[in-house]
Design a binder for this molecule. Structure first.
Ligand SMILES: [Zn+2]
Length: 68
């Protein structure tokens, strides 16, 4: 199970029923550093993929902006 969440607003973006190493996801082709940054493998084997959703994408990640 792969779960995509927004790392900014924590909204759940989507889920994928297979393994995170599935070639269709392309996650296996990330560098080790990138995988460490966006991937979080839970103890039950669920992979959390921390990305930005459409809503947060154009917003620079600054916690002190009033519109966040
Ligand atoms: Zn978001």
């Amino acid at each position: 199970m792969v779960r995509y969440v927004c790392r900014h607003c924590r909204r759940r973006i989507g889920e994928f029923g297979g393994d995170w190493t599935d070639k269709r996801l392309g996650l296996h082709s990330l560098s080790a550093d990138e995988q460490e940054e966006i991937l979080e493998i839970g103890s039950d084997g669920t992979a959390l993929v921390k990305v930005l959703c459409d809503h947060c994408l154009p917003v620079p990640w600054m916690d002190d902006l009033w519109y966040n």
